[in-house]
Design a protein around this ligand. Structure first.
Ligand SMILES: [Zn+2]
Length: 287
């Protein structure tokens, strides 16, 4: 089956993961900027990371015929140091014109602190000034609802932000409705610990429908499953979902949201030995 992995931290993964994803039908992978598992010591370290996301990782994915896109930011886990955040945000504009950069993310809150909120507002302002899509991380701890509500209020307070150009990731049963009601997209992260399981995600889809919802693995350096979107699709099939309805969730929906960036396009498709047809990029009459 074909699918798009809209949230994966591939710099932490192996070439075996790339090969398995492509073999399972993955047509594009999108990598938000993330915490490295340790705090980076300087803005220069982020500069190198942004080069890794925009230069090296797309080439590594291309070895397996996979399109790789990315999002740039300073992750909420490193947002306590506002001065460092200011330095890192000043670096980002020079990368925004690169051909695989889709927007600003994954921004948001971790412990819902005052400094995290300040840095979130700075990122939203950066995205608005440069007309970028936004991908938001929501906290995994007991205060997810509060963190989601605070984040939604920051987005609403900036009149330049169009809700349909923002995806709020890691939603669960108690946060999905408030996200969709504000006009945003919502992502469900399938993760063996601390996040949503496939069974819960399908229950949420059964309750709320599949409009403006996507699934992702958020696979990273922790215990995570790069193929869990496909595993969930198989479980959807077992529970009686049609192939068309499954494809809407794992392929059409992420394509529709991501195509709001004119840079997002899928792999070249070879029709015969002489003609190479490029699949449609960006929004158009098909949407
Ligand atoms: Zn992530």
């Amino acid at each position: 089956m074909r699918y798009i992995e809209p949230h994966a931290h591939m710099v932490s993964r192996t070439t075996d993961d790339y090969r398995a994803m492509v073999a399972a039908g993955c047509e594009a992978v999108c990598e938000p900027a993330f915490w490295a598992g340790f705090d980076r010591g300087s803005a220069a370290a982020f500069h190198d990371y942004f080069r890794q996301l925009t230069e090296y990782e797309p080439r590594r994915a291309a070895q397996f015929g996979l399109k790789h896109f990315c999002w740039l930011c300073l992750n909420p886990k490193e947002a306590e140091d506002v001065k460092l955040a200011e330095e890192v945000l000043a670096l980002i504009p020079q990368f925004l014109d690169r051909p695989t950069v889709l927007g600003i993310g994954e921004i948001g809150l971790n412990k819902n602190s005052r400094n995290e909120l300040r840095v979130l507002e700075m990122h939203v302002d950066l995205a608005a000034r440069h007309d970028q899509l936004i991908l938001v991380h929501t906290p995994h701890l007991e205060d997810k609802r509060k963190g989601t509500r605070l984040t939604l209020d920051v987005l609403k307070a900036d009149s330049r932000i169009r809700p349909e150009r923002v995806i709020i990731d890691h939603v669960e049963e108690h946060t999905v409705r408030m996200v969709l009601d504000r006009g945003h997209w919502a992502g469900m992260t399938l993760y063996p610990v601390s996040k949503c399981t496939p069974a819960r995600a399908i229950d949420i889809l059964d309750v709320y429908g599949s409009e403006r919802l996507w699934l992702n693995s958020a696979c990273d350096w922790g215990e995570s499953v790069p193929l869990v979107v496909v595993h969930t699709a198989l479980e959807m099939r077992r529970r009686g979902w049609s192939q068309e309805a499954i494809e809407r969730v794992i392929y059409d929906n992420p394509r529709e949201f991501l195509s709001q960036s004119p840079k997002f396009c899928l792999r070249e498709e070879r029709k015969d030995t002489t003609e190479v047809r490029r699949l449609k990029c960006g929004p158009g009459p098909g949407f």
